[in-house]
Design a protein around this ligand. Structure first.
Ligand code: DAH
Length: 370
């Protein structure tokens, strides 16, 4: 009996001070495990006389139950203590300001395209698109660039290896091929759903897109963006072209009465051809639109050449039209004061954070464009 009392006192004392779950488990195994001290006592019951067993049985079973209960109690206490400790040390400080989330922004070129489309859409233009990888016919021949003509050299671009038919595809040098895709009457099954199909005149489209040339300096990059425009109808003349571009420019720069001038120029696909300049002030290292004595070229344009109409199956005696081609990135540089075109495509997110636009500022002529 004394042995049991001593053993219980010892075990109880050890359990009470077990510092953690592992040492408590060690104590449990040593007492109640297969070869534990209490298990050995329970086993010894079998070899006792019935009288002895009657006396020892309840004592040893009672000891086992009390020690098991003490261990369970200590275990719960340790778990509570551990939880309290974690709650005390891992508390979230909700008064701290949240770390700033990096916000994405809309690239100025995309913003400018959206602004341009908003203005032209209001004038009744639809958007048409074409592929970046073009063939010689759409990029040059149909647009009245004769084979070997020097004008092709100004459109020096990236050519692919010849295909099975011997033809070399190229990265389009301008968005003008989409004029051809839209005007061609036979073009009823374009190679992809988003590529312009042939339409019957009257036609009024703008064509935003990527274009490519072997060029790189502060105002030229190998990839850049253009927006083409095309109007085909009866009795269309230069006056319509001039009004359209003048109106566009004053809406785009959000300045009434921006002064423009048309200079004669040459493009193979228009006759007559012109470039339109915008009056500006370059003094002080900054470009200001709408004042000053300088001129800045913003768009090439002209009346669609009769050969182009014929190449697309339209009779020039019945249909006329005008076309124009803007450099979109250049317009953005002018409007938002970005000095170097190359930075627009340098993938520097700091540049984008500075010049980019909120995704929520969707341009529309009613609420303001920029
Ligand atoms: N395609 C010309 C270029 O990239 C720009 C252009 C000029 C387009 C006159 C036109 C146009 O539609 O009429 O240099």
């Amino acid at each position: 009996m004394t042995d049991l009392t001593t053993l219980e006192a010892e075990l109880t004392a050890q359990v009470a001070v077990a510092p953690d779950a592992a040492s408590l488990e060690g104590l449990r195994v040593a007492a109640l495990g297969k070869s534990g001290s209490i298990s050995a006592l329970l086993k010894s019951l079998g070899s006792m006389s019935p009288d002895e067993r009657r006396e020892q049985g309840p004592a040893i079973n009672g000891l086992r139950d009390r020690i098991a209960a003490a261990i369970a109690e200590r275990k719960a206490a340790l778990e509570t203590a551990e939880l309290d400790q974690r709650l005390a040390t891992e508390r979230l400080d909700l008064t701290l300001p949240a770390p700033p989330r990096r916000k994405g922004s809309v690239h100025p070129t995309m913003q400018v395209m959206d602004e341009m489309v908003a203005i032209f859409a209001e004038m009744g233009f639809a958007v048409a698109e074409g592929p970046d990888i073009e063939d010689d016919f759409h990029n040059f021949t149909a647009l009245n660039f004769p084979p070997k003509h020097p004008a092709r050299e100004m459109h020096d671009t990236f050519f692919f290896n010849p295909g099975p038919d011997g033809e070399r595809k190229l990265l389009r040098t301008h968005t003008s091929p989409v004029q051809v895709r839209t005007m061609r009457r036979g073009n009823t099954a374009p190679p992809a759903p988003w590529i312009a199909a042939g339409q019957e005149p009257p036609i009024r489209i703008v064509v935003p897109g990527r274009t490519y040339r072997c060029d790189s300096d502060a105002t030229h990059t190998p990839m850049f963006h253009q927006m083409e425009g095309l109007v085909i109808d009866r009795n269309i003349h230069m006056g319509h072209l001039k009004w359209t571009l003048d109106t566009f420019v004053s809406r785009f720069f959000e300045a009434e009465g921006v002064v423009t001038r048309f200079r004669p120029h040459h493009f193979p696909f228009t006759e007559p051809s012109a470039e339109m300049d915008v009056q500006c002030d370059r003094s002080g290292g900054e470009i200001k639109i709408g004042t000053g004595t300088d001129w800045l070229e913003v768009v090439g344009c002209g009346m669609v050449h009769p050969n182009v109409l014929r190449n697309c199956g339209l009779d020039p005696d019945e249909w006329q039209g005008f076309a124009f081609g803007f450099g979109v990135d250049r317009l953005g540089m002018l409007k938002y004061g970005m000095p170097d075109l190359r930075e627009m495509f340098a993938f520097d997110t700091r540049w984008l954070a500075h010049y980019g636009f909120s995704a929520f500022s969707v341009p529309n002529p009613a609420s303001g464009l920029s």
